[in-house]
Design a protein around this ligand. Structure first.
Ligand SMILES: NC(=O)C1=CN([C@@H]2O[C@H](COP(=O)(O)OP(=O)(O)OC[C@H]3O[C@@H](n4cnc5c(N)ncnc54)[C@H](O)[C@@H]3O)[C@@H](O)[C@H]2O)[C@H](O)CC1
Length: 488
């Protein structure tokens, strides 16, 4: 289960265990994990803070003291919580406080255990702590962090550039958002979770997605199915110079198994796209007949995607208005459609059907007029806030794509690889989202399924190819293998 720090504190409070009992359990579970995975070590140095993360460290030190040579260091003053103070009094190893002595001990240690800050850390490190942590990081020691790497926040994705870097981070009882953002911060190489035996609720605001949960939401075609059983999907995209974007929408829809696809595009790219794809029903339009061609389609489709490659599309502003006003199904807005909303996104509040926006960080930055680095450091919060304020599903694309729902649900995607960092992969995702929205009425689930599948197939596509050579046109074939393996 993934949970944020507030949820974790509520779990602890209702667990039936005291904080001291939880600290003892946490310390013992971590000590057991360390002794079995670092059994070859002799000298262990514990860096402890003044909060309960430091308290966990004192318990770990007491237990490991029977088998290893343990030194503890109080790097941020004396323990400040009752539980940490009690754990400290039971510690019998050497305790260091002077930064120079700590760094000297670090040079002779086989393993450094980082228990300075856990989920209670917010903001940035003090100058003193930055100096200590950057010296430690420069020593390239074996490091195990407890719960959260010190200097990183548990919930937001923010971290100080001098936060402790570890080989392994042991998450206590649940993964926190921090653990799900590894590709962004790269503060640990591996994360493991140890259980504290706390009962978990059935529902968490964080959705998790894997093969099983994907297939739980992916419908099977029955024997008596016909082409309209799942309804129609409509993609409106491409324009002069960007015909391929519509092609990628089509490949995306094919990847998720759409059985009836409307492809809507300007007259000038129709011949080239139609000669490449045989199964969509094409609806070419121009300046004069845009309303006549597009409007009737909006009433006979289960999902619409608009915007991929639409930079030179005639009547694009009018199409956006039409789609947002007339559609009676979910609408996915990608690329140019998002740009058209810049400084004008308040209109999203007046749309009655679910709207899904799929910006990458640069597009989101232009949309909300905030610098890219501000968004990068506060992505989870800003995505959730935007989704809530404008009642949209926000798919903020990146190494860990985030999906935020208007009601505060969050998905942090774990699948994918750098092969997806290429032109066309967003257009492909848009087609996949629109296709899955046609087959699954739960908008949040369908969008997360598409995001997960997009990443999963990229991993599959680079198992026998270089990551930088990922061929996006292979996605339907890669998906076929997956579906076939699951008996479809
Ligand atoms: N169920 C569990 O997960 C359990 C977790 N435990 C451990 O407790 C920590 C959380 O403990 P808490 O005391 O709330 O916070 P920290 O130890 O992370 O310490 C925070 C400490 O530091 C101060 N602080 C915050 N931000 C800064 C900053 N930027 N600069 C300097 N100081 C800062 C803050 O005021 C506090 O004093 C959890 O992660 C687990 O490791 C329990 O042991 C029980 C079970």
């Amino acid at each position: 289960m993934i949970i944020d720090s507030r949820g974790m504190r509520q779990l602890e409070a209702s667990s039936g265990f005291t904080n001291a009992q939880l600290m003892e359990t946490a310390g013992k579970a971590c000590a057991d994990w360390i002794s079995s995975h670092f059994s070859a070590c002799r000298n262990i140095l514990l860096l402890c803070g003044k909060g309960n993360n430091g308290g966990d460290g004192f318990v770990i030190g007491r237990i490991l003291g029977s088998a290893f040579h343990v030194t503890a260091a109080c790097v941020d003053g004396a323990p400040a919580t009752k539980e940490a103070q009690d754990a400290f009094t039971l510690l019998s190893c050497d305790v260091l406080q002077d930064p120079d002595a700590i760094l000297q001990a670090a040079q002779h240690t086989d393993l450094l255990v980082d228990c300075v800050y856990g989920v209670g850390f917010h903001g940035t490190l003090s100058a003193r702590m930055k100096k200590l942590f950057s010296s430690i990081n420069n020593m390239h020691l074996h490091v195990c962090s407890i719960d959260i790497n010190s200097g990183a926040e548990s919930d937001s994705g923010r971290y100080d550039p001098d936060a402790i870097r570890s080989d392994v981070t042991i998450a206590l009882d649940c993964y926190k958002p921090f653990h799900m953002l590894r590709k962004d911060h790269q503060l640990f190489k591996h994360a493991y979770m140890v259980s504290l035996g706390i009962p978990h609720p059935d529902h968490s605001a964080f959705l998790e997605m894997n093969e099983d949960s994907f297939f739980a939401g992916y419908p099977r075609k029955k024997e008596n199915a016909y082409k309209g059983t799942f309804g129609k999907t409509t993609v409106i995209g491409g324009s002069y110079g960007m015909a391929g974007a519509l092609g990628m929408n089509i490949i995306g829809a094919k990847t998720v198994g759409v059985s009836y696809l409307n492809a809507v595009c300007p007259h000038e790219i129709y011949p080239v796209v139609a000669s490449r794809f045989l199964t969509p029903v094409f609806h070419p339009f121009g300046d004069q007949d845009m309303y006549r061609v597009i409007e009737p389609l909006l009433y006979d489709t289960r999902a619409i995607a608009f915007g991929s490659g639409a930079v030179n599309m005639p009547k694009k502003e009018e199409i956006l208005d039409l789609v947002l006003q007339a559609a009676d199904c979910p609408v996915v807005l990608d690329a140019e459609a998002i740009r058209l909303l810049n400084h004008n996104y308040y209109i999203l509040r007046f749309v009655h059907e679910p709207v899904i926006l799929t910006p990458h960080i640069g597009e989101f930055s232009s949309l909300i007029n905030r610098p890219v680095d501000v968004i990068q450091h506060d992505r989870i919060h800003l995505a959730l806030q935007f989704a809530k304020d404008y009642k949209v599903f926000l798919v903020l694309k990146g190494p860990h794509t985030i999906v935020a729902s208007p009601t505060g649900d969050l998905y942090i995607n774990q699948s994918g690889c750098s092969g997806l960092a290429q032109a066309g992969s967003g257009d492909l995702l848009t087609g996949m989202i629109a296709g899955l929205l046609t087959m699954n009425n739960d908008v949040f689930q369908a969008v997360c399924m598409a995001v997960w599948l997009h990443g999963y197939l990229a991993e599959e596509g680079t198992k026998d190819h270089a990551a930088n050579m990922l061929d996006l046109s292979r996605f339907p074939a890669l998906a076929d293998s997956l579906y076939f393996r699951h008996g479809f």
